[in-house]
Design a protein around this ligand. Structure first.
Ligand code: PMP
Length: 451
């Protein structure tokens, strides 16, 4: 790697025709242009190497360049390049079986291309399900403030972060938002579990005030990730599941980030004993980012309502590329590696022995809270621990930029107080070596201490 002093702040070339995602225009700024990757590292076009501390967009779970995954895609493309799932193909059938068995059995899976589409698919399923089971007025979908569920209009309507939505509102009708289990700044105060259970109670209140006959589903991530890594007590997740069951509100678990080992269980909801969601959506870690794929796994009793004979009750939904044969082959190989290399256990062990060292940063006045579950961490930055005032934007930007200069990419997110992104996000590839994790921890510690 080049010496720190030699590294320019923004590297790469002018990009005259490419419109970046989440683009903010900075006159004269040049974008980072990645050239190649190896394991948890990538190299830009100027030859600088970086450890990717956020796995791309939390998806590159097995890192760059796994030959077995590349071979699986190539072999599948040679054998059957494309086939629509209006019929079926072997990789999709096998993958749907595998997903069902990972979830404990009894799930039917609909494939798409992304997390947003997986959630859109879930919303259409729940609305149709209730229409076909004698509850035609059940159409409302509840989500929690600070949640991110995707960029398409339906998924964005479930996304309850004002700064991502205002330019595109009004969203799709029928989406409601409720207070999240954010005990660090909870209006309820008290112990985390106690305040989280009050947040759960608000969901029951909302269902009652809205009229239970109008509420179709609740969508939640087990651990809000993009909204600042919010980790509720497991009793919260259990209580929400109970409330949903009580009112025939289908529970959609968004496992787009937390699925496939990121949190130290195969799926995040598995941390909460006894919880079995009606619908589970996934993407990202399903293929470790090697190819795009989204999946919506639905309990068989819901699927049954779509296949009664002699009725026009089929699911009128299709995606040209959803469940592409190569993407399904990649997902199967990805899951095989996760199982064979005990990636989930690895996340537990190294999460405890390596990444949890970042909890020591609590000694630093600007670190308000360190939240961690497995390889998913959020460091909530404040001006001082007592006031909890979010650390100002310029300081947050400085931390991210200093890490980058030292060869580490970290994320920044939160929406803690609307629009304020004062949470540092750390979510390295699950296959990162111990040396990679040491480098990550040392760099974050030294940068935070220097700012
Ligand atoms: N759900 C969650 C929890 C996510 O974090 C994301 C993406 N960051 C999505 C859904 C949407 O996924 P995609 O970008 O693949 O559409």
């Amino acid at each position: 790697m080049k010496k720190e002093a030699e590294m320019p702040d923004v590297v790469g070339k002018e990009l005259p025709h490419l419109w970046n995602a989440m683009h903010r225009y900075h006159p004269g700024a040049q974008q980072m242009v990645a050239a190649s990757g190896e394991g948890s590292w990538f190299t830009d076009e100027s030859g600088n190497r970086y450890l990717d501390g956020v796995s791309g967009l939390w998806c590159l779970n097995l890192g760059h360049g796994r030959q077995e995954i590349i071979d699986a895609a190539t072999a599948q493309m040679k054998k059957l390049t494309y086939f629509p799932l209006t019929m079926s193909h072997n990789p999709a059938v096998k993958l749907a079986n595998k997903i069902s068995s990972l979830l404990g059995g009894g799930y039917q899976t609909f494939f798409s291309n992304s997390g947003s589409e997986a959630n859109e698919t879930a919303f259409k399923i729940v609305r149709q399900y209730h229409k076909q089971t004698g509850n035609p007025d059940k159409f409302k979908i509840i989500s929690r403030y600070r949640a991110y569920h995707g960029s398409t209009l339906g998924a964005l309507s479930a996304t309850a972060q004002a700064n991502r939505r205002v330019k595109y509102d009004p969203g799709v009708p029928g989406f409601l938002h409720v207070y999240p289990p954010y005990h660090y700044r909870s209006i309820f105060g008290g112990e985390p579990e106690e305040s989280d259970l009050k947040a759960a109670q608000l969901i029951e209140e909302m269902i009652n005030w809205e009229g239970e006959e109008t509420v179709a589903a609740l969508i939640m991530e087990p651990f809000i990730s993009g909204g600042g890594v919010i980790i509720p007590s497991m009793q919260y997740i259990q209580r929400v599941a109970e409330i949903c069951k009580k009112y025939n509100v289908l529970l959609i678990m968004d496992e787009v980030v937390s699925g496939y080992g990121r949190t130290g269980k195969m799926f995040g909801f598995m941390h909460a004993e006894g919880v079995q969601p009606d619908i589970i959506t996934m993407a990202k870690g399903l293929t470790s980012g090697y190819l795009p794929l989204g999946a919506t796994a639905v309990k068989s009793n819901i699927y049954d309502v779509f296949k009664e004979e002699g009725k026009d009750n089929h699911f009128r939904h299709v995606s040209t590329y959803g469940g592409h044969p190569a993407a399904c082959a990649v997902a199967l190989k990805n899951i095989e590696i996760i199982e064979n290399e005990n990636i989930v256990e690895r996340v537990n062990e190294l999460g405890k022995s390596k990444l949890s060292q970042l909890h020591q940063l609590m000694e630093h006045e600007n670190v308000g809270e360190v939240r961690q579950i497995g390889f998913l961490l959020g460091l909530e930055m404040v001006t001082d621990q007592k006031s909890k005032v979010p650390l100002e934007d310029s300081k947050m930007a400085e931390i991210v930029s200093k890490c980058k200069k030292k060869g580490l990419i970290i994320g920044r997110n939160g929406d803690t107080v609307p629009g304020q992104n004062n949470v540092i996000i750390i979510a390295p590839p699950l296959s990162s070596t111990e040396e990679d994790l040491d480098f990550l921890v040392e760099t974050v510690e030294s940068v935070i201490c220097s700012v």
